[in-house]
Design a protein around this ligand. Sequence first.
Ligand code: FAD
Ligand code: 2HG
Ligand code: ZN
Length: 483
Amino acid sequence: AASSSSTVRRNPSFATLNSDDVAYFKQVLGEKNVVQDEDRLESANVDWQHKYKGSSRLLLLPRSTEEVSKVLQYCNSRRLAVVPQGGNTGLVGGSVPVFDEVIINMSSMNNIISFDKVSGILVCEAGCILENLILFLDDQGFIMPLDLGAKGSCQIGGNVSTNAGGLRLVRYGSLHGNVLGLEAVLANGNVLDMLGTLRKDNTGYDLKHLFIGSEGSLGIVTKVSVLTPPKLSSVNIAFLACEDYLSCQKLLSEAKTKLGEILSAFEFLDGQAMNLVLNHVEGVRNPLPSSMHNFYVLIETTGSDESSDKEKLEAFLIRSMESSLISDGVLAQDINQASSFWRIRESAPEALARAGAVYKYDLSLPVEKMYNLVEEMRVKLGQSAYVVAYGHLGDGNLHLNISAPQYDDEILAQIEPYVYEWTSQHRGSISAEHGLGLMKANKILYSKSPETVQVMASIKKLLDPNGILNPYKVLPHSLTSES
Ligand code: FAD
Ligand code: 2HG
Ligand code: ZN
């Protein structure tokens, strides 16, 4: 592991786990939901990227809100620090302990509570795996308003806690709009029932939003209600090639106006990212094999009229070809081909993980400027690292990834703080969708004003006065370390 505790000191106000603690947890949760097994702890201590590694000696598996409440109440009174954990697919070191924090994993709270077919409102426990919700809804004729490459492991509670964006945000918007309510347990064990299922409710401050995207630093999300859109009958996917970045941008503007209400995804990857996927992920084939291109764009449309939707997309592709915005392209002919197109884009993080060490940046930037940064980084790094770019172009979200044979302080010094300063100068966000976690807790001021961060620290203090919830994450250590 390259990072983790190296720059952070363990908060001395936290207690260390003892055998009485373990006995209490066993009494509340039952023996088998209190995990001390070395192998299971090993994997729960390490993040998806194998970049952040803690040394927790205890993993708890609560099965109900009441159990979460008892556990937190106890940890708070004992000043035992905890890390809430969902599917552990987070990319900023937020989901694993930094030191010996107790891991509270939500996977046993995985029941669907209700689904209303008229309103499309789903109520479920936080530990439901996203893909299971997608499959459940498919049977009911609905879809989740979010989809992402980690769907097979990530949990809805983790998605809500990171305010995950993903592949459909361009169409359905963020979880701040789609989560209608949630239930959360505070550090002192108090349960906040905000599990509303209403589209409209302007009664006082809408506190659920504090928990959407707060990365387990304010409470543990135990239940959520989500507004889900109906599954529409016609979905089409095109995999396209562009020769320069300007064409990608123009294609996006065209897609927004010409495909309008049926546009449901606009994703891109550059030639370097495509190369990496083709070289490191098994079973991926280039759908446009005649030559390599500088950029690839994936456009999905979702609508209710099969013939007119297809006609619309085909006309759009012909026009884009005629005006040379795209140099090549293919429309998926069946569902297998469609999923093979998605696989290319969704495999980019996996390809990078296989290729070596990765420096990962998740930036919101004005679309016109975004790719300048990628080109600058290529010039800066030369042969020492391989720079790849992909992301949710339709949302102005660039995933800048720098791949190197191993982690190296000299390479890091070329990248940071340059990338953060550049982003800040363009009034971008240093975390579009992955959160701050441990990786960027001390970088928040690149995107938020000191006054704003001060208010965040006050809210943290109010809801978690002992700072036991996911310490060392999200907020600068200087603001949260004193007790
Ligand atoms: P974890 O990784 O377990 O936790 C993430 C954070 O949430 C941690 O801070 C944790 O403490 C907290 N947390 C988890 N559950 C709870 C809870 N119930 N209550 C309180 N806090 C909790 N992200 C995107 O936004 N868009 C993408 O397109 C995307 N694609 C990805 C593709 C791959 C292959 C991978 C590996 C990751 C991707 N991610 C993406 C990042 C990640 O999957 C998301 O952030 C996801 O929402 C995390 O869910 P999780 O259940 O794995 O949470
Ligand atoms: C994606 O969109 C994820 O694929 C991961 O958000 C991004 O690997 C990344 O940088
Ligand atoms: Zn993403």
